[in-house]
Write a protein that binds this ligand. Structure first.
Ligand code: HEM
Length: 530
């Protein structure tokens, strides 16, 4: 029996009292056939991404490749959504028990944590292995592949991507663990060995969650940051009732912004698997290199402009101006405090219960701030009357991880750093591509002259950047609590030409796409049927 994907707040642990759209038995059957890391992050701090290009010239090669895929499931390597949940529960129970009795704690916790494995296939894989049109998911962007979509997204052409991504990629296998090498090294070695006769190319990326405090020091308890220094992974669509409950109690409530999402935000029927239980999801993969020194220079340039407006008699930008400049670009301070809420950091990563209806003129949070561009939280309804449900259907579920040296201050000798961006959705054109192209890269979203998303916005590659773009960048006059909304607020100042110029020159150079692909995460039953 298929499930109703319109359900929000699923709770597979409860019998259906009160009745929900789906029976407990149906939900559990689906979660056992669905891969993990879609409805909930696998949460491991270390990740290895193995890209496989199969030999597909003759039928025997293709058969071996299909058998390898099926073997990943029959050998129980691939983690189902159900197993991920069970393992997480056992892990939490061990943590709680070891807190009460610390003797032998480290070993017990290590034993309780399991390696996560997920596998996803490109459209080229379905085509080249002859998996059949009836079994192939039919999203148009998935079928076209990321190389074909580069122009539309203002990405560099694929002949400029890193060599590992220029090949046709068939499979991405994600292996993740809490330890960087102990179990991942032998697993990857074994997989490479198994693939040596059937793969034409293998490419690998390594990701590590950066648990760093504000000064850049490693701290296992710290939230995860990305290389520009900002806490990441705060705001996500949530599917399980217990996650929504946690947001209600620990993220300041859910009455101003509701993070819950129906299953169909990310799930769709997997045409290749068991008709009653098989669901899958599309994953976008993008290697995004971050130019940290250039970002810092951009932050300082903006801070200088803020200083000119905020304290013209004491011109040099203060650390507060620099922090505020970063917050204007991202929409949150480095510690996660939303700039909508106040003009200094300090609230930490929890607050997510906010929307922009109390800031319709973008006086506090710029329209172009990364989080306002990529999740406008009702702005479209206010500006254009677009129903909120429609805007919320554009959301994505982010599952990325940083790559390169774990530091907030990378030196040239440290090599390249950035984000292995991964996101799940049920429609690539309506979700990832829409956010990137129609919002982040579109200078007139949300209002004319808003500008590009300062973190990920890019201009068309072939058009030289304009020398000047109007930037109606608002200035914070006072903290949230000091603003008197009864009085008319002053017009947000337009930054003068030099600022517009500096900013426009810098945008699009801080994050560069180095390669990627579109994948489908098939059900376990599909993988064994190939
Ligand atoms: C949120 C950084 C790429 C979509 C955030 C946050 C940070 C961040 C610091 C705020 C914390 C949070 O809510 O998780 C970055 C960096 C990127 C990058 C450094 C590239 C190197 C992307 C891309 C997309 C995207 C490519 C999609 C096209 C989002 C969304 C949110 C977000 C949807 C949550 C907004 C909200 O719900 O408030 N990002 N991001 N990001 N980002 Fe990115």
């Amino acid at each position: 029996m298929a499930i109703d994907l319109k359900q929000t707040a699923i709770n597979p642990d409860l019998p259906e009292i009160p009745p929900t759209r789906n029976t407990q038995a149906a939900l559990v059957a689906v979660l056992k056939d669905l891969q993990g890391n879609i409805l909930k992050s696998h949460g491991r701090d270390h990740s290895r991404h193995l890209f496989v290009t199969f030999k597909t010239a003759d039928a025997a090669d293709r058969k071996k490749a299909r058998q390898w895929l099926a073997g990943l499931v029959t050998s129980k390597l691939v983690t189902s959504a159900h197993r991920q949940r069970e393992e997480a529960r056992a892990y939490r129970a061990t943590l709680a028990a070891t807190e009460a009795n610390p003797a032998g704690a480290q070993q017990a916790v290590e034993d309780a944590s399991k390696v996560f494995v997920g596998v996803m296939l490109s459209a080229a894989c379905y085509r080249d292995l002859g998996l059949g049109p009836d079994a192939t998911p039919d999203d148009p962007s998935f079928l076209a592949g990321a190389k074909q979509r580069a122009g539309f997204l203002n990405d560099p052409k694929d002949d400029q991507w890193e060599p590992g991504f220029r090949n046709t990629l068939h499979v991405l296998l994600v292996a993740a663990d809490d330890h960087a090498t102990n179990r991942l090294d032998p697993l990857l070695k074994r997989l490479r060995n198994d693939l040596k006769d059937i793969a034409a190319h293998l490419h690998e990326e390594t990701g590590a969650a950066m648990r760093l405090d504000a000064s850049g020091q490693w701290n296992a308890q710290a939230p995860v940051r990305e290389h520009f220094g900002f806490v990441d992974g705060i705001s996500q669509p949530l599917f399980f009732a217990d996650d929504i409950d946690r947001a209600r109690t620990r993220q300041g409530g859910i009455d101003r912004y509701d993070p819950s999402a129906p299953l169909d935000l990310v799930l769709l029927k997997d045409p290749g698997g068991d008709r009653s239980t098989a669901y899958g999801s599309y994953f976008v993969y993008r290697k995004l290199e971050q130019d940290v020194p250039a970002f810092r220079a951009g932050e300082k340039a903006l801070a200088a402009k803020i200083a000119q407006h905020a304290h013209p008699t004491t011109p040099p930008a203060t650390p507060h101006d620099v922090a505020l400049a970063g917050a204007y670009m991202v929409g949150r301070f480095q510690d996660g405090t939303p700039v909508l809420e106040r003009d200094t950091a300090g609230l930490g990563a929890e607050p997510n219960n906010f929307a922009y209806d109390e800031d319709v003129d973008a006086v506090r949070c710029p329209f172009q701030a990364h989080i306002r561009k990529t999740n406008p939280r009702g702005d479209k309804q206010r500006q254009f009357g677009v129903p909120l449900t429609q805007e919320r259907a554009n959301r994505i579920v982010r599952r990325g991880i940083s790559y390169g040296k774990v530091t907030l201050d990378p030196k040239p000798e440290d090599g390249k750093v950035g984000l292995l961006f991964l996101c799940a959705q049920s429609s690539i054109p309506d979700q990832f591509e829409f956010i990137q192209a129609a919002w982040a890269n579109y200078q007139d979203f949300l209002v004319p002259g808003s500008g590009l998303d300062p973190v990920i916005g890019t201009l068309p590659r072939r058009t030289p950047p304009p020398t000047q773009v109007p930037q109606p960048w608002p200035k914070i006059y006072a903290s949230h609590n000091q603003l008197d909304f009864a009085k008319p607020q002053p017009e947000p100042p337009h930054f003068p030409t030099p600022m517009s110029h500096t900013f426009t020159q810098a945008v699009g150079q801080w994050v560069t796409m180095r390669g990627g692909e579109y994948f489908f995460v098939p059900s376990l039953s599909a993988l064994t049927a190939f």
